[in-house]
Design a binder for this molecule. Structure first.
Ligand SMILES: *[C@@H]1O[C@H](CO)[C@@H](O)[C@H](O)[C@H]1NC(C)=O
Ligand SMILES: *[C@@H]1O[C@H](CO)[C@@H](O)[C@H](O)[C@H]1NC(C)=O
Ligand SMILES: *[C@@H]1O[C@H](CO)[C@@H](O)[C@H](O)[C@H]1NC(C)=O
Ligand SMILES: *[C@@H]1O[C@H](CO)[C@@H](O)[C@H](O)[C@H]1NC(C)=O
Ligand SMILES: *[C@@H]1O[C@H](CO)[C@@H](O)[C@H](O)[C@H]1NC(C)=O
Ligand SMILES: *[C@@H]1O[C@H](CO)[C@@H](O)[C@H](O)[C@H]1NC(C)=O
Ligand SMILES: *[C@@H]1O[C@H](CO)[C@@H](O)[C@H](O)[C@H]1NC(C)=O
Ligand SMILES: *[C@@H]1O[C@H](CO)[C@@H](O)[C@H](O)[C@H]1NC(C)=O
Ligand SMILES: *[C@@H]1O[C@H](CO)[C@@H](O)[C@H](O)[C@H]1NC(C)=O
Ligand SMILES: *[C@@H]1O[C@H](CO)[C@@H](O)[C@H](O)[C@H]1NC(C)=O
Ligand SMILES: *[C@@H]1O[C@H](CO)[C@@H](O)[C@H](O)[C@H]1NC(C)=O
Ligand SMILES: *[C@@H]1O[C@H](CO)[C@@H](O)[C@H](O)[C@H]1NC(C)=O
Length: 725
């Protein structure tokens, strides 16, 4: 299985045509070269930071570090399912305080790009859609469907009105210079036949009619209607993009070429600072790019149940600011120097005419020259992956490192080379601040294994679709049934077919085992030998989802949960087929439904000492702790646990799944970020829900800090074994 994913999503505005667009006051417009803000063309570096993936306490520092790293713009999606958990009921408080986040961007003097969507994908559960949309009869998402359009318009209008009421658009003196409607729709457009293009027309018109005073973009949408800017998204936009779809529009290149989120069972993907810098510089030189967005600049954490299917909670930890908001060097510093080098010559880049010519077989010069004053900027590129090159440019010899771009802001002196890292290196240090190895400090409580009862409120004689039953109120759904065993059956084997994501089997209250799918292959089969009683037997199957799907057409029709349940016998052709049988359903685990992870509900169940209850399935553990001194970020190391969820003072830090190993035999994630703001001065409640079996005595609380290493040679020679983390 190929788990690798790219790491940075770069959005480059490429301006190919000289559009005649008037410039006016604080409104944002564009011409063939760049966005125009307050009458000025701009080269803009942008970085994605998603407000709910950190905490309000972290925002000022994250935004400040982004600014200090040479960014001009912070880009964020808007997360519909956080803001409208029930139709017409809104929540913009705490981590969902979008206005506060945008105002913080403004306070630090940066611009904002608001990607409203409201479909966002983003490895976010259900692509950002509130689950209640699923139950609107007749709805089909993201197409020319009146019901969907009503709710999409309703939410989009709500957000635009909110931003306008706070004066946050640039046209009102605020920081928002761009908005996005829809998201990579072209990926699914064909599935909707003629309704796809009709929906695109509608979405663009609906957005433009909201009169934000700043441009709208549709990424990856060749047929984006005027004046919405169509942008390219793909691996080879430089070759495949057909350009802007109207002569007065700039063209934008959105490409996912280094980004990538990590899934359970997947390895992290490391992309070098040099490689990112090369591509950013190439886009500016070769594509006349004037807007580059890093997806993500800070990835943060998918707290609670917000990850989409199989995605880990640590999001783009390899970004220039790591999950905890710490600088990732040399990546962050190298890009900062690139931004400064480009800014140094931005006037010439924006006013000059560009020419390009060959300097050798794999070497090329891109030169921007101003007509008046004759100022000149050059980018000397060496596309040779292996060899250095010496080239002649304007009668001077230049030495170019393999696969590199040199930037000459005066066409003479090289001030930056993408392959030459000239910044400090660092290493992330994890220190154990507290271990939880005292058995006396823990208490445990087994959750209830649900059995079929004739009184159970939800029954069906088929296997129901998982999400349609849970309504996403929980990851967990019990499928229970009871049957009389009356055939001769040696070595009975329980066979369960599921479409996602995990299944646990209990027969007569005894744990039989579990199985799971993965991010790329949802379906899986669980086959386990079972012991049957003569007479009545209870089968209790716990189906678990690890986030809802976030992409593709017809998201409203996805299927998860059990599809087939049979018991096969060895001695005969006879078998039990329980696929269509009297099943009873129960949503959620008891402790979950009682919210026993909250201090005020702890007494709703019985807790006892945990001697003898280690490595048990379906069990809750609780303890309390004092926070580590200082201000360093904190993470829980859950490497001795299996699969479940962790709460601190009632707030979920996310699902963990340590037992799902990568092809190298390691968990994808063991460290779970606990924001300082989740903690009290003392007696912090830690609750773990363990599904498969783990040992809480070996977990620890860690502080995360950086050690700076100023020189690469020292770095590599003195600490040979460390990972460039
Ligand atoms: C870049 O701009 C120049 C004019 O300055 C133009 O000749 C060239 O075609 C543009 N290239 C692209 C890829 O837009
Ligand atoms: C911005 O555009 C709006 C609507 O197009 C217009 O009413 C307003 O005067 C413009 N503002 C400025 C500062 O030009
Ligand atoms: C709104 O969201 C916050 C999380 O930021 C949560 O703590 C709060 O309970 C929610 N409010 C309502 C009314 O649901
Ligand atoms: C682009 O990247 C975003 C963020 O990682 C992801 O949601 C999306 O699936 C990617 N798109 C493609 C076409 O790879
Ligand atoms: C959105 O829909 C709600 C009802 O669900 C309604 O109260 C509200 O007025 C609508 N808002 C807009 C902007 O259409
Ligand atoms: C560019 O950098 C050079 C040398 O570092 C400096 O002298 C010059 O003023 C800078 N130009 C701009 C426009 O920042
Ligand atoms: C100039 O750059 C364009 C891409 O922007 C490329 O297609 C063309 O071949 C280059 N011309 C020369 C002479 O290298
Ligand atoms: C390129 O030049 C550098 C610096 O002179 C040298 O260290 C390196 O070995 C050269 N690389 C190749 C592939 O020739
Ligand atoms: C390079 O040298 C040639 C011949 O010596 C001269 O004609 C030309 O002007 C020089 N070009 C530059 C950019 O200095
Ligand atoms: C969802 O459940 C309802 C009954 O609660 C049923 O009418 C509907 O057909 C189900 N939808 C799917 C997709 O299973
Ligand atoms: C039945 O049992 C025999 C002997 O234990 C074994 O070899 C065979 O694989 C079993 N068959 C099935 C279908 O389980
Ligand atoms: C069990 O029943 C289901 C539903 O009728 C059917 O699709 C499946 O093929 C049956 N299994 C076997 C092994 O016959």
């Amino acid at each position: 299985m190929e788990w690798r994913r790219l790491w940075f999503w770069v959005m480059v505005v490429v301006l190919m045509t000289e559009g005649a667009v008037s410039v006016s006051g604080g409104n944002v417009t564009y011409d063939g070269r760049s966005l125009i803000i307050d009458g000025q063309r701009k080269i803009l570096f942008s970085g994605s930071i998603h407000y709910p993936r950190s905490t309000p306490e972290m925002w000022p520092s994250l935004i400040g570090k982004a600014k200090e790293g040479g960014l001009d713009v912070i880009q964020t999606y808007v997360f519909w399912n956080l803001h409208e958990p029930q139709p017409g009921q809104y929540n913009f408080s705490g981590r969902y305080d979008l206005v506060k986040f945008i105002k913080e961007i403004q306070a630090q003097g940066l611009y904002a790009c608001l990607r409203i969507g409201p479909y966002i994908e983003s490895e976010w559960t259900y692509g950002g859609f509130p689950f209640w949309l699923h139950d609107v009869p007749g709805i089909v998402y993201r197409t020319d469907n009146e019901l969907f359009k009503f709710y999409m318009q309703n939410f989009t209008t709500k957000i635009v009105n909110l931003m306008q009421s706070e004066g946050l658009y640039a046209s009102q003196g605020g920081p928002i210079i761009l908005s996005q409607i829809e998201n990579e729709y072209q990926n699914v457009e064909a599935a909707f036949h003629e309704k796809g293009p009709a929906y695109v027309q509608w979405a663009a018109k609906m957005a433009v009619n909201l009169q934000t005073g700043v441009p709208w973009v549709m990424c990856k949408q060749t047929d984006a209607p005027d004046p919405v800017i169509n942008t390219c998204n793909g691996m080879k936009c430089g070759q495949t993009f057909g350009g802007p779809n109207s002569p007065n529009k700039p063209s934008m290149w959105t490409e996912n070429w280094t980004s990538f989120y990590q899934v359970y069972g997947g390895e992290p993907y490391i992309r070098s600072a040099e490689d990112i810098a090369f591509h950013v510089a190439l886009f500016i030189a070769r594509m006349n790019g004037s807007y580059v967005n890093y997806y993500m600049y800070h990835g943060g954490t998918n707290f609670g149940r917000t990850s989409s299917a199989y995605v880990i909670t640590s999001y783009y930890d390899q970004a220039p600011l790591d999950e905890y908001g710490l600088l990732r060097q040399p990546k962050r510093g190298h890009l900062k120097q690139l931004h400064a080098a480009i800014r140094n010559c931005s006037t010439t880049l924006l006013q000059g005419m560009r020419t390009n010519f060959s300097l050798g077989q794999l070497q090329e010069a891109y030169v921007f020259r101003e007509e008046s004053g004759g100022r000149c900027v050059a980018f000397l590129t060496n596309n040779d992956e292996k060899d250095n090159a010496t080239v002649q440019f304007q009668n001077t010899s230049y030495y170019l490192m393999p696969r590199s771009i040199s930037i000459l802001p005066d066409c003479e002196k090289v001030i930056f080379n993408t392959a030459k890292v000239n910044t400090s290196y660092n290493k992330r240090i994890t220190r154990s601040a507290q271990i939880f190895d005292s058995v006396d400090k823990w208490e445990g409580s087994k959750d209830v294994i649900q059995n079929f009862e004739p009184t159970i409120s939800l029954q069906s004689n088929t296997l129901l679709e998982h999400m349609n039953v849970t309504k996403d109120k929980s990851d967990y759904l019990w499928y229970t049934m009871r049957f009389d065993h009356n055939i001769s059956c040696t070595e009975p084997v329980l066979r369960v077919v599921s479409l996602g994501h995990v299944a646990h089997a209990f027969v007569n209250d005894i744990y039989i085992g579990n199985a799971h799918g993965n991010h790329d292959t949802k379906q899986f089969i669980m086959e386990n030998p079972v012991v049957l009683n003569n007479g009545s037997n209870n089968i209790s199957l716990l189906s678990v989802m690890v986030g809802l799907p976030d992409s593709g057409a017809f998201l409203e029709r996805r299927f998860a949960g059990l599809q087939g349940v049979e018991i096969h016998c060895n001695n005969t052709d006879q078998f039990y087929n329980f696929t269509n049988y009297a099943w009873g359903y129960k949503v959620g685990l008891l402790g979950e439904n009682l919210q026993i992870y909250r201090e005020e509900n702890l007494d709703d169940i019985e807790w006892s000492k945990i001697n003898g209850s280690l490595n048990q399935p379906l069990i809750w553990y609780k303890t309390s702790f004092n926070p580590p001194a200082g201000n360093d970020p904190i993470a829980l190391n859950l490497s001795s646990m299996g699969k479940g969820e962790a709460w601190i003072n009632g707030q979920s830090v996310g699902r963990y799944w340590v037992s799902f190993l990568t092809s190298k035999g390691k968990p994808s994630q063991t460290m779970y970020h606990v924001p300082r703001s989740f903690l009290k001065d003392s007696e912090n409640l830690l609750v773990l829900l363990e599904e498969v079996g783990g040992n809480p005595l070996h977990i620890s609380l860690n502080t995360i800090s950086l050690s700076t290493l100023s020189d690469r040679t020292y770095f590599l020679s003195s600490i040979p074994s460390i990972r460039l983390d």
